[in-house]
Design a protein. Structure first.
Length: 283
């Protein structure tokens, strides 16, 4: 960058405006007055379809098919409990390493889900957003994902984020690259890059961080899911395999969440912590 580049005169507000969320029309509900006993945002790592099928003596494909049924009822149940944002890990950037037949099955299920469920999601006020890397996807999958977002764009009851071809490290690297390109072009002052500004370059821009992350099937790891956003998330790991995830399992996770004392690195309770953040933001 030339020494005379104008970036040093740029204030953080205009710098933030440089990095827009993917969807300019994306609007968020007002979070004021939210019930702190119910998570605003739940992320779910839906794991165990294969083991479920194996235990039933069925092909893996059947486990994934039953996984989609569990996904459908999770969307309904989560919405009914007043959760506003749900992020589901549907296909990771590492899932391409699976045998081609299994990848084909998963893509077919995605297609069926969009084709069969979209109008119902729309009439239930669900707004779909897809997070993950899209540029390398085939045009037909890209179109499918875009259609899901377009058809449901006016939904305001539940914000359903589908993580597809998603890997958190890849997301963070793409965000860093975007900011670096702006800095190299002289339109962004590197000194103005704060965690808040950085978050606006992520796929999840505009979506509040998850309060609760649930992983099924007894595995206790994040597997490259929402690494940045999970900084203060509460975790619930359940032995239940994803196809068996039902209302009772969801309610157990919500009960567990309710019993947590969230301090966000401080000593205050969640409500007080929120007030401190508001005070700090007000200067
Ligand atoms: C893990 O089960 C599950 C996934 C690969 C992702 C979740 C997928 C679905 C719920 C079905 C597809 C839905 C859409 C909309 C694409 P696993 O195969 O890793 O189970 P295992 O660990 O027991 O083998």
């Amino acid at each position: 960058m030339p020494a005379s580049a104008p970036c040093t005169t740029m204030n953080p507000v205009s710098a933030a405006a440089l990095v827009q969320p993917m969807d300019d029309n994306f609007t968020l509900p007002q979070e004021g007055g939210a019930d702190h006993h119910v998570p605003t945002h739940i992320g779910i790592i839906m794991d165990g379809n294969g083991r479920w099928a194996e235990r039933q003596g069925l092909p893996r494909r059947e486990g994934h098919r039953r996984g989609v049924e569990a996904l459908r009822s999770a969307v309904r149940n989560v919405g009914e409990r007043g959760v506003k944002h749900l992020t589901l890990f549907a296909f990771s950037s590492e899932n391409w390493k699976r045998p081609p037949a299994e990848v084909r099955d998963l893509l077919m299920l995605l297609r069926l889900f969009v084709e069969r469920d979209l109008s119902e999601l729309k009439s239930n006020g669900v707004k779909v957003r897809v997070i993950g890397e899209r540029a390398s996807l085939s045009p037909d999958i890209r179109k499918l994902l875009e259609r899901a977002e377009t058809v449901t764009r006016f939904g305001d009851k539940l914000f359903l984020n589908i993580a597809f071809n998603y890997g958190a490290r890849d997301e963070i690297v793409r965000a860093a690259r975007k900011l670096a390109e702006n800095a190299a072009a002289g339109t962004l002052d590197p000194a103005s890059i704060t965690p808040e500004l950085f978050a606006t370059a992520l796929d999840t821009a505009g979506i509040p961080d998850p309060d609760l992350i649930i992983r099924t099937s007894g595995e206790m790891r994040l597997s490259n899911f929402l690494l940045w956003q999970a900084a203060y998330a509460e975790f619930v790991f359940t032995e239940t395999l994803w196809p068996d995830f039902d209302t009772a399992t969801l309610d157990q996770a919500l009960d567990s969440f309710r019993s947590r004392d969230r301090r966000f690195g401080g000593r205050a309770h969640a409500h007080q912590a929120d007030q401190l953040v508001v005070k700090a933001a007000a200067g």
